[in-house]
Design a protein around this ligand. Structure first.
Ligand SMILES: Nc1ncnc2c1ncn2[C@@H]1O[C@H](COP(=O)(O)OP(=O)(O)O)[C@@H](O)[C@H]1O
Ligand SMILES: [Mg+2]
Length: 452
């Protein structure tokens, strides 16, 4: 069942219940007041007869001469203690029904009472009152008019009920359709998107209501997916471009060897080339995988990490790997939230670069405090023109071509910083050399996390 239909049915049901309750209350209150009116008339007429009772008990119905000033618009009947009718109504009916209760009133055993009776096919309202010893008076009025009014009322109420339900269903349907149209549009856009895989499409958001917000978040989702897909495609394009050169070079060298017309020492050189090209290739592939993982990976898990300890471990590894440089570390205890392995990889990439660009025996100073790792070397530094590019994928300074490297190291650092909500930047250090700063949002100013 569609949402629109459900809304229409609910609206119609609610209106039906409301009208039902209202008309029920109205019906019974109208009925009550009509009966009360009738009862008042009957009581009044009975009171008029009481003073003249001894004279009018026997014979034909009383007339104006019998009861001067009385309104004789009711049927009257006198009944004795045995239930015998002493004087009947003499109207279109011979007698009002008499039962034990009537006789009881005449005999003085019971008080006056009202009843509804049917006589001669007509409904009457009857008041039975004790008149004097061994005599009861019954006054009656037909209920025809009251019944007609109530019947008319029932018909009117039913009409209102049907009209109300129909109207409510129609309005409910219209409102549902109007408010569901944007939802429909959203659904259709999503279906079309699923079919075409076109992530550049956007949903018309229109309005600040719930549906507008839904469309808005859907658009944000699309934008995020689009960005991610683009960067993935770009990475694949860049990577295949970068992989092509070393693969071509390996192939050329292997073809040379295949022809087998090389001097032994030349053969050695070509083989050496092939081996180092392949090493470069596998290094490149490993970094590519790292980068892809960083770019696509989920946000860093929020574990409390001792940044200074992680930096210490990275410095230890770099010191063993680069014996030709002097590494020094000044660290204050500082905590950040994130993934220690990924943070360590980022720091190691910075240390590798610093070592690579340091003059022989050059010093590298690493300083850790308040969620920040600063790596400073005494190499050529990064020129102002190059600074905006060093974190780009595959970007390497023109003078870096003769150095081993892929141009991915700093991109990985940037991605690690980004996925931790941090930043990385490069400056020219005072007195020459490069100074890279890797910053993470420090927990509570980089101090110990609250004991948990
Ligand atoms: N410490 C540094 N000193 C001077 N230049 C640097 C330094 N670190 C990085 N660079 C420059 O940034 C470029 C990109 O670095 P990176 O992404 O690590 O790639 P790779 O180290 O593989 O060349 C390097 O090629 C180099 O030109
Ligand atoms: Mg590098």
């Amino acid at each position: 069942m569609s949402l629109g239909l459900r809304l229409a049915i609910t609206a119609a049901g609610a209106v039906a219940v409301a009208i039902g309750i209202a008309s029920g209350v109205m019906y019974f209150s109208v009925q009550r007041s009509l009966i009360q009116e009738t009862d008042a008339v009957l009581a009044d007429r009975a009171a008029q007869v009481r003073p003249v009772a001894p004279r009018v008990v026997v014979g034909p119905p009383p007339t104006r001469t019998d009861i001067p000033g009385a309104k004789l618009d009711v049927l009257m009947q006198f009944v004795d203690g045995e239930g015998r009718i002493l004087r009947g109504p003499m109207a279109e009916i011979d007698a009002l029904p008499v039962d034990q209760a009537t006789a009881d009133v005449a005999a003085g055993r019971a008080p006056a009472f009202f009843t509804d009776v049917t006589a001669g096919g007509t409904r009457y309202r009857v008041l039975t009152v004790p008149l004097q010893e061994d005599l009861a008076l019954q006054v009656a009025r037909p209920l025809t008019e009251v019944d007609a009014i109530l019947q008319q009322l029932t018909l009117t109420v039913l009409g209102v009920l049907v009209a109300g339900v129909v109207l409510a269903a129609a309005v409910g349907g219209l409102v549902a359709r109007a408010s569901l149209t944007p939802l429909d549009r959203l659904t259709r856009t999503i279906e079309e998107l699923t079919r075409t895989r076109d992530l550049t499409r956007r949903v018309e958001s229109g309005g600040h209501d719930e549906l507008g917000r839904l469309a808005g978040s859907f658009n944000s989702l699309l934008a995020a997916l689009d960005t991610s897909l683009r960067s993935q495609r770009q990475l694949v394009a860049d990577a295949s471009h970068e992989l092509r050169t070393p693969i071509t070079s390996v192939r050329t060298n292997l073809e040379l060897l295949q022809r087998g017309m090389l001097e032994p020492d030349e053969r050695e050189r070509v083989l050496g080339d092939v081996v180092s090209e392949l090493a470069r290739l596998s290094h490149l592939v490993a970094e590519l995988i790292d980068l892809a993982r960083e770019e696509e990976g989920p946000p860093a898990p929020a574990v409390d990490v001792r940044l200074d300890e992680v930096a210490r471990a990275a410095v230890g590894i770099a010191a063993a790997e680069w014996p030709g440089v002097e590494l020094s570390l000044t660290a204050e205890p500082t905590w950040v939230k994130g993934d220690p392995d990924r943070i360590e990889r980022a720091i190691r990439n910075l240390l590798d670069n610093a070592a690579k660009w340091s003059p022989p025996g050059g010093e590298i100073e690493v300083a850790v405090r308040a969620g920040e790792v600063a790596v400073r070397d005494h190499g050529p530094g990064v020129s102002e023109a190059d600074a905006p590019h060093v974190f780009d994928r595959f970007w390497r300074a023109p003078n870096a071509r003769r150095m081993p490297g892929s141009g991915l190291g700093l991109s990985i650092v940037r991605e690690v910083a980004r996925s931790h909500g941090g930043t990385v930047g490069v400056e020219r250090a005072e007195g020459g050399g490069a100074l890279f700063r890797l910053r993470f949002p420090a927990t509570a100013g980089g101090l110990a996390p609250a004991a948990s």
